[in-house]
Design a protein around this ligand. Structure first.
Ligand code: SAH
Length: 214
């Protein structure tokens, strides 16, 4: 696949749109300006890749809307060398944004097809991460605790196991709700036992499901 002048032009316009929508973090905008989103989608979506929309990526899943990716990443306040746990690898686009910003990423996907595909595609683009096939509700306790945790599927509640894998001072960003709508939450771990939750606007994600899917 090629990253043509046309793609680059469309991408620049999308980033300007994100900025107008309130994304202020320059590192987030620069990472998204650099990464060819169309590389993460089927060739049949080539002309649509820089629309501010979610699109199918197989296995009934979607690549998140660019505004959603930008909003979640901005809330995470990524610093170089942050150790980040991502639940819902999907296409790997969000993973690439985190790596581009200097994060060290551990990412979990429950759909085997997507896990296999993204595990091979992302390193080919120069983005190295630790990929896991499994149920993200459990997190990755053996690799934790993490500076940041991002959940990219709509969860019915805040999983306690993920909270327990946050460092003190760490941030988790997770959409909580039912299948029709979720509210974005940022959860900061204040101490061993205290967490501060802040609620943001409404979003729509595919559901966070239990177990793994062969
Ligand atoms: N960040 C991805 C979003 C993909 S959609 C992207 O932009 O491409 C959400 C993903 O979460 C889907 O791939 C879905 O299979 C995955 N998912 C849902 N429940 C999960 C769980 N319990 N553990 C791990 N991944 C899960």
């Amino acid at each position: 696949m090629q990253d043509t002048y046309k793609h680059k032009g469309q991408r620049k316009k999308l980033i300007e749109e994100l900025s107008k929508q309130g994304i202020e973090n320059k590192d987030v905008l620069n990472a998204m300006l650099k990464i060819p989103r169309h590389f993460f989608m089927d060739i049949s979506f080539d002309g649509l890749a820089y629309k501010n929309k979610a699109f199918p990526i197989g296995a009934g899943q979607t690549i998140s809307q660019p505004f959603t990716v930008a909003f979640q990443t901005q809330l995470l306040d990524i610093k170089a060398n942050d150790k980040v746990l991502e639940v819902g690898t999907g296409s790997g686009y969000q993973t690439a944004v985190l790596i581009e910003m200097g994060a060290i990423v551990y990412t979990i996907e429950r759909q085997k097809e997507l896990f296999i595909k993204t595990q091979s595609v992302l390193p080919e683009m120069g983005y190295e991460a630790q990929f896991f096939y499994g149920d993200g509700y459990k997190g990755k306790p053996t690799y934790g605790p993490f500076d940041k945790i991002i959940v990219t599927a709509g969860a019915p509640y805040i999983p306690e196991e993920l909270k327990s894998q946050l460092k003190i001072g760490g941030i988790m960003v997770i959409p909580i709700g039912d299948n029709n709508e979720q509210k974005m939450f940022s959860i900061v771990r204040i101490s061993e036992t205290e967490f501060k939750e802040t609620e943001f606007g409404n979003f729509l994600f595919v559901p966070m499901l239990k177990g793994k899917q062969k």
